[in-house]
Design a protein around this ligand. Structure first.
Ligand SMILES: [Cu+2]
Length: 274
């Protein structure tokens, strides 16, 4: 058989070009998970901080990147991380006992998956009630500059990730138990209890009876009382880097465990771009 050097070189070049064009950039993050104390309500309570902060650090990738997230569990319990709304290989989905075993105390776990989409997402612990005590963070997937859907004036303006959440001084396991018991305690705290007298006065005696029969609480959405509502882990936050007339894109995720949020802008209408 005659070996054609020219042909081999041609194939080799073609191979190298192909490999190079699909070569993906690996973007690495290191996350150290530790117990901490917080005082969101004034009282010191146990929480979980990642790299010393609540929420967890914002992870930013560009479509086409490979995400490589190293998780170091310094807790005395197992943990896991779930990438909310991401298309990824199932073993990377972060659901303990389903797609992986819990990340054991004092061990390291690496999540590695290609980023095949763009958009505003978030990530959180999928173990126990760890999400409720600090394990949530923004996950920003940027469009590639050569994306045919890239919008000038929207995709290239300053972006601020915002993750909304709530804080309760109760152990979240206790909140869970109270929801199962259909306790009125949160309604009492929020002043949203209903009485038969009020129902009759408003002509809703029948509705009240039906709801009692269904064991339905008066407030069935956002039915947990919280001691604080947080924006990027703070009760208040200023974006003093912007001047009047500047355009800013807010990438908002609701990391709350049970709250719906209503957003308003004092300067007029907000344009929803995604
Ligand atoms: Cu989720």
């Amino acid at each position: 058989m005659k070996i054609n050097i020219k042909k081999i070189l041609y194939i080799l070049t073609l191979f190298l070009i192909t490999v190079n064009s699909v070569a993906q950039k690996t973007v690495r993050y290191d996350l150290h998970i530790r117990d901490t104390l917080v005082t969101f309500s004034g009282k010191g309570k146990r929480a979980i901080a990642v790299n010393g902060q609540i929420p967890m650090p914002t992870l930013t990738f560009t479509e086409g990147d490979v995400a490589e997230i190293h998780v170091y569990n310094h807790l005395k319990e197992g943990t896991s991380l779930h990438w909310h709304g991401l298309y990824l290989p199932n073993p990377e989905d972060g659901v303990p006992y389903l797609t992986q075993m819990p990340i054991a105390p004092e061990t390291e776990h690496v999540y590695r998956f290609p980023i095949v989409q763009s958009g505003t997402h978030w990530y959180h612990s999928h173990s126990g009630m760890q999400e409720q005590i600090g394990m949530y963070g923004s996950l920003i997937l940027k469009k590639r500059a050569d994306d045919p859907t890239f919008r000038t004036g929207i995709d290239d303006i300053p972006q601020i990730p915002i993750i909304l959440s709530e804080w309760t001084d109760y152990n979240p396991k206790n909140v869970h138990r109270m929801l199962h018991n259909a306790s009125d305690w949160f309604a009492i705290k929020k002043g949203t209890t209903q009485s038969y007298a009020e129902a009759i006065r408003d002509g809703h005696f029948k509705t009240k009876l039906t709801n009692e029969w269904k064991r339905m609480l008066a407030m069935d959405v956002s039915d947990v009382y919280y001691d604080a509502f947080l924006l990027n882990g703070k009760k208040e936050s200023q974006l003093s880097q912007f001047k009047k007339g500047d355009k800013v894109r807010l990438r908002i995720a609701n990391g709350g465990a049970s709250s719906y949020f209503w957003l308003q802008y004092a300067g007029g209408k907000i344009t929803v771009v995604a």
